[in-house]
Write a protein that binds this ligand. Structure first.
Ligand SMILES: CC(C)(COP(=O)(O)OP(=O)(O)OC[C@H]1O[C@@H](n2cnc3c(N)ncnc32)[C@H](O)[C@@H]1OP(=O)(O)O)[C@@H](O)C(=O)NCCC(=O)NCCS
Length: 161
């Protein structure tokens, strides 16, 4: 945290990992999509909690696509990082990397964007620390994230009509 109370992505960045076993299988013997969705949400929530140092709830999950099956025996890594910080809301980018430890290969199988809101003890939205995006890559991702959040706000306003 700097003197102005701002944090960086490094302060909250987090990787959640798990080895896929029989308990994670669907009826076809591949990993159940819900297992990955749960890991993605947990990784994202932990990043938001680390930034806010408060409890958070998920308010939006952008569409997730599954281009390739994830197999039993694969190691799944959810690399999660903040891409946007509003007043009380935060967007987290979660990249899902699937590793085959027997062959030493790894590939990115999904990328998801989720929005969390920090809560005060009464369960109302709470103001979160500001963030400073340090690298050009981070700033480019932040520009895209701002546009996504603006779009979500417009969608929300339309749905509430
Ligand atoms: C989180 C909650 C308390 C917020 O209450 P609210 O009346 O919507 O509050 P606001 O309208 O002030 O929105 C708070 C922030 O969330 C953002 N937000 C709310 N809904 C959103 C959505 N669908 N997409 C993106 N951002 C959203 C707002 O833009 C605002 O951001 P900002 O403060 O950074 O500008 C309420 O929506 C809630 O309880 N939702 C259920 C959460 C939940 O149970 N999740 C699943 C289980 S964890």
């Amino acid at each position: 945290m700097d003197q102005r109370g701002r944090k960086t992505t490094a302060d909250s960045r987090f990787t959640l990992s798990a080895l896929m076993g029989p308990q994670d299988a669907n009826q076809h013997g591949n990993v159940h999509g819900g297992v990955i969705m749960r890991m993605v949400d947990e990784a994202g929530a932990l990043v938001a909690m680390r930034h806010a140092n408060r409890p958070v709830v998920t308010v939006a999950v952008d569409s997730m696509t599954f281009e390739e099956p994830i197999l039993l025996g694969n190691l799944v890594l959810c690399n999660a990082e903040l891409t946007y910080v509003g007043k009380t809301s935060m967007e987290v980018r979660v990249e899902v990397v699937t590793e085959d430890p027997m062959h030493g290969t790894a590939k990115t199988t999904n990328i998801a964007y989720l929005v969390y809101v920090a809560l005060d003890p009464a369960g109302r939205p709470a103001v979160v620390p500001e963030i400073e995006f340090k690298s050009d890559d981070e700033r480019a991702r932040a520009d895209a994230a701002r546009a996504r959040q603006e779009f979500r706000k417009q969608q929300r306003a339309l749905e509430q009509r």
